[in-house]
Design a protein around this ligand. Structure first.
Ligand code: NAD
Length: 405
């Protein structure tokens, strides 16, 4: 698999060929302020002790405290976390929120742990890193396989160690533990607002046929939100496989079916297909919402989507990006498309620090305003420099970071 950090750096190299930001500035942004590897000993239910490897990368805090999710996955490793931390810096700058870039993770297959083991592991991650965390220093959040419950354990552990009662160190918490209204659907909803702001510009129809890879927090919410807004979801997938119905899937029924059976497979009326086939379906909008590096030089030519909305982080390799650009398939990049999650995380942090609780309506209105503004400015930058939306987003982000420096 391609090294995600090298992919991120090649994006950075590419933007410097479009606009000159000065070598020293770019050199500074190539390196994380610090990347930390930790070992976390966990007492397992059978009495044995297992050691897990964890990470926190603080890429840059020029715009504000380091901010970024924590990923639990068996393939998580330092280069992935470094890339994600770099993209977080870009994303916060694109969304225009006063946060820097960070990311964390643990190499673990969480489905194999009991709830108690998962809680001890999560609290262990916080104990190792408590010194560098804090509302004004570094503010983690959920990512793949981390939930509001995990954020509540982490927030509680941090409060015990530090005595800090603001609850502003972890975002994505359950509402009753200081979470924000609207954090759950924020990434999918933010992606929808961005798409809606650019749809006409990209020449897409009012009612699109949409294909979504991933049916977790981001993909599942995106499916529901796009369907509620009149679009037809013709295929969705999870790690075990995909389903397809050219007449459109009933997302509400699909959610209950998944809850009942634990899988999307054999959903009545739909055809079971593979994740590879899903990516190559003809559609108006393809939304990768699972993992990085799923569209590469080996399948980019076969993509039949008329546009791509990157809700996952880094789903396209730089080679695939180039192929799609040449084919004239617009890509709404991750640093813009999925910035709704960190934006509502920022709202949560802000509410915690002010001891306020905003209504869902207020959160969604603020999110819509941020996303529409970001989409508009990215599009303007792309047009000004006659380049892709990704490069437009990078130009906007780098200008904002450089100005703050
Ligand atoms: P999640 O764990 O809730 O869901 C991941 C989904 O991807 C699941 O449906 C899983 O079955 C599926 N999946 C896993 N491996 C797959 C594979 N090989 N092929 C197809 N599907 C596969 O995670 P999430 O929070 O929805 O995150 C998804 C992506 O969105 C990640 O790239 C994440 O970094 C990004 N993201 C998440 C947020 C957020 O707020 N949660 C914010 C910004 C970006």
């Amino acid at each position: 698999m391609a090294n995600p950090y090298e992919n991120a750096m090649s994006q950075l190299d590419k933007v410097t060929k479009i606009k000159n930001f000065g070598d020293e500035f770019i050199a500074r942004l190539r390196e994380a302020d610090r990347d930390i590897r930790i070992s976390i000993p966990v007492k397992m239910d059978n009495g044995s002790m297992q050691i897990f490897e964890g990470y926190r990368v603080e890429h840059n805090n020029i715009l504000g405290p380091y901010k970024g999710g924590i990923r639990y996955h068996q393939d998580t490793e330092i280069n992935e976390v470094k890339a994600l931390a770099f993209w977080m810096m870009m994303k916060c700058a694109v969304a225009n929120i006063p946060m820097g870039g960070g990311k964390g993770g643990i190499t673990v297959e969480p489905g194999k742990l009991s709830k108690g083991e998962l809680e001890r592991l999560s609290r262990g991650w916080v104990r190792r890193l408590a010194d560098i965390l804090g509302p004004r220093k570094d503010v983690p959040a959920p990512d793949v396989n981390t939930t509001p419950e995990i954020m509540a354990w982490m927030s509680d552990e941090f409060e015990k160690i530090s005595g800090d009662k603001t609850r502003a160190t972890f975002t994505g918490k359950p509402i009753e533990k200081g979470g924000s209204e609207g954090r759950g659907p924020a990434t999918g909803l933010g992606g929808f607002y961005v798409f809606d702001a650019l749809r006409a510009e990209l020449g897409l129809p009012q009612r699109c046929k949409v294909v979504i890879q991933g049916f977790g927090n981001v993909g599942g919410n995106a499916a529901r939100i796009f369907a509620e807004n009149g679009h037809t979801i013709i295929a969705v997938s999870e790690s075990k496989g995909a389903i397809y119905d050219e007449n459109g899937l009933d997302i509400v029924k699909l959610e209950s079916y998944k809850k009942a059976t634990g899988s999307l497979k054999d959903f009545p009326g739909a055809k079971n297909i593979t994740n590879e086939e899903l990516l190559e379906l003809a559609c108006d909008l393809l939304i990768p919402a699972a993992f990085e590096n799923v569209i590469t030089e080996s399948n980019a030519d076969k993509i039949k989507g008329k546009a791509i909305l990157e809700l996952a982080n880094g789903p396209l390799t730089p080679e695939a990006d180039e192929i799609l650009y040449k084919k004239g398939i617009p890509v709404i990049p991750d640093v813009l498309a999925n910035s709704g999650g960190v934006s509502v995380s920022y709202f949560e942090w802000d509410q915690n620090l002010k001891n306020e609780h905003w209504s869902e309506k207020e959160v969604f209105e603020k999110l819509k305003a941020l996303m529409e503004d970001a989409a508009k400015k990215v599009n303007e930058k792309a047009k000004e420099s006659k380049t892709s939306l990704r490069m437009g987003a990078f130009i906007l982000a780098l200008e904002r970071i450089k100005e703050k420096m």
